[in-house]
Structure formats: structure tokens, C-alpha cells
Design a protein around this ligand. Structure first.
Ligand code: ADP
Ligand code: MG
Length: 271
């Protein structure tokens, strides 16, 4: 006879497996024709240790997709895998129907993928303008045109273009980092916790900017620790747990799903 604790653990495991299976089914029936899709991805840093354990995701043209989940679930690893920064063991990443699994970051930028890492995402010794130039190093002729687009989204970057990025506040740096990734006019932007470490007012501003960027036609896949806020603004969300999707639905449905609330929203940062 197993102990009550053992039985409870087994039940939790079964329920998680059921959630994974349902999430995969939802993925397979909806991912057809997506701008970006990730299928059954296994990836990790160290030999023999997988951090992603069969992860699926898709983002349709024009969508804003949010990814939430506990610390260490593999959210950053998923974004890094899509940007060629992690060893992929199996599974595929596809952009506009073309397989890009393991492509290098500089190739992906040319193909229309932008990525803003969670930390160290600006060159502190360079000015705002030079940071934005770095985003377009492969096509400098387009600088003026793209700078105008970025300065319209983030007016402070235009007026302070000669200021060093290292002297900016956290919120301003985040805008430089997003501006840099937007310079090559990406089709899709991968954002890793853009609101982390910012005051509540600045967090709101970042979320508003994300919606504005999305409204200009850029698809967004965003990882966030501010789970409720993220689900409020995204079209669709994923809950990543132990390197797989436990739940996927519209942001509103996830926010109101009792299981998601009980298992994930109760313990995550509240908006
Ligand atoms: N560079 C690395 N080398 C080895 N392990 C790593 C590295 N980066 C992250 N990990 C491990 O991968 C797991 C998932 O990390 P991460 O993707 O950063 O999670 P999340 O972003 O969901 O908090 C964690 O156990 C973490 O320790
Ligand atoms: Mg992370």
C-alpha cells in the first residue's frame, strides 16, 4: 500500500501529464500556418540534462503571446533556444514554414527575429544612438528611417540620443534594448521579462509599449514574471512547467482558470 503522500504525489503527476497532453493537442490543432512554431523541443545546457522536455509553442502573424510559469521552468531557455543560443537535442523551430532549428543569432536577425535578453541587454559604454546602430550593423543605410520609427515609439530615445546607455535608469535601458531589437524591423520580437526590476508605473509603461509595438504589426513572444499583467495584455498565453506547456489558452481564459490560479497565479507576482 502506498502512503497518502505517495498517492497525492502520483495524482498530481497524473494531472500534470493530462495537462501536458491537452496542451499538446491544442497546439497541434492550432499551430498550422503560424509565423513561428516550436514543436516537441528538447534542449539544455549540460550534456544529459534537458531543461526543455518536449515544449510546443506557436505565434500567429500579429499575435502577442505570453509565457508565464514558476522560476526555473525554462522560460528563458525557451526564448534562447528559439534564438540559437542553447543546444537543441531534438524537436524543431520553424519560421514562416522554414525550419530554423539551431540557426545562429545573426542569421535569425536577418530573417526577421529580434531578441531582448533579460539582463545585460544594452552596451553601457555606448550612447543610445550607438546602441541602436548596433541593432542595424548589417544594414546601416536604413538607420535614419528606422531611428524615426523607434523614436516615435520611445520619444526619450530620440531626445537623448547622445547619452551613454550606462547612465540611464532601468526603465530607459529597457527601452534602448527594445529599440535596438526593433531597428532591423523584425517580424517577431522575443522579450525576456521586459518589466523585471522596474517600478509598478514603469512596468505599466513597458506593457503599454509592448501593445503599441504589436499594433505596428510586430508579433511578440513575451516571457513575464508579472503573470497577471502579462495575461491581461496578451492574446494567448502559455504556462510553462518543468520545460513543458502545462496550459495554453487565451490570456483571459488562463487568468480565470481555477487550476491555473491555484497552481501558478497564487504564487507568482500579483499585478
Ligand atoms: N547557462 C546555464 N547553464 C546551465 N544551466 C542553466 C543555464 N541557464 C539556466 N540554467 C538552468 O536551466 C533551468 C531553467 O532556467 P531558465 O530557463 O532561466 O528558467 P526561467 O527563465 O523559467 O526562470 C534552471 O534550472 C537553470 O538553473
Ligand atoms: Mg528567466
Amino acid at each position: 500500500m502506498s502512503s497518502p503522500l505517495g498517492r497525492a504525489k502520483a495524482e498530481a503527476e497524473t494531472s500534470r501529464e493530462q495537462a501536458y497532453a491537452a496542451a499538446r493537442e491544442a497546439h497541434l490543432s492550432a499551430a498550422e500556418g503560424a509565423l513561428v512554431r516550436v514543436d516537441d523541443l528538447f534542449a539544455g545546457y549540460l550534456p544529459g540534462v534537458n531543461i526543455l522536455n518536449g515544449c510546443d509553442l506557436h505565434c500567429a502573424e500579429g499575435e502577442l503571446v505570453g509565457i508565464i510559469g514558476p522560476n526555473g521552468a525554462g522560460k528563458s531557455t525557451l526564448l534562447k533556444s528559439m534564438f540559437g543560443l542553447v543546444n537543441i537535442r531534438s524537436g524543431t523551430v520553424t519560421l514562416r514554414g522554414e525550419e530554423i532549428t539551431g540557426n545562429k543569432a545573426h542569421q535569425l536577425v536577418k530573417m526577421g527575429v529580434g531578441y531582448v535578453p533579460q539582463v545585460n541587454n544594452v552596451f553601457p559604454r555606448l550612447t543610445i544612438e550607438e546602441n541602436l546602430q548596433m541593432g542595424l550593423y548589417h544594414d546601416p543605410k536604413r538607420f535614419d528611417e528606422r531611428f524615426d520609427y523607434v523614436a516615435e515609439l520611445f520619444p526619450a530615445l530620440g531626445t537623448r540620443r547622445k547619452q551613454r546607455a550606462g547612465s540611464l535608469s532601468g526603465g530607459e535601458r529597457q527601452m534602448v534594448a527594445m529599440g535596438r531589437a526593433l531597428m532591423p524591423s523584425p517580424s517577431v520580437l522575443l522579450l525576456d521579462e521586459p518589466s523585471a526590476g522596474l517600478s509598478p508605473a514603469l512596468q505599466d509603461e513597458v506593457f503599454i509599449r509592448c501593445r503599441q509595438i504589436n499594433a505596428t504589426g510586430v508579433s511578440i513572444i513575451m516571457v513575464e514574471q508579472n503573470a497577471r499583467r502579462c495575461l491581461q495584455i496578451c492574446d494567448r498565453g502559455y504556462v510553462l512547467d518543468q520545460g513543458r506547456n502545462a496550459y495554453t489558452a487565451s490570456g483571459a481564459d488562463l487568468m480565470n482558470d481555477p487550476k491555473v490560479i491555484e497552481l501558478y497565479l497564487g504564487t507568482l507576482a500579483k499585478a
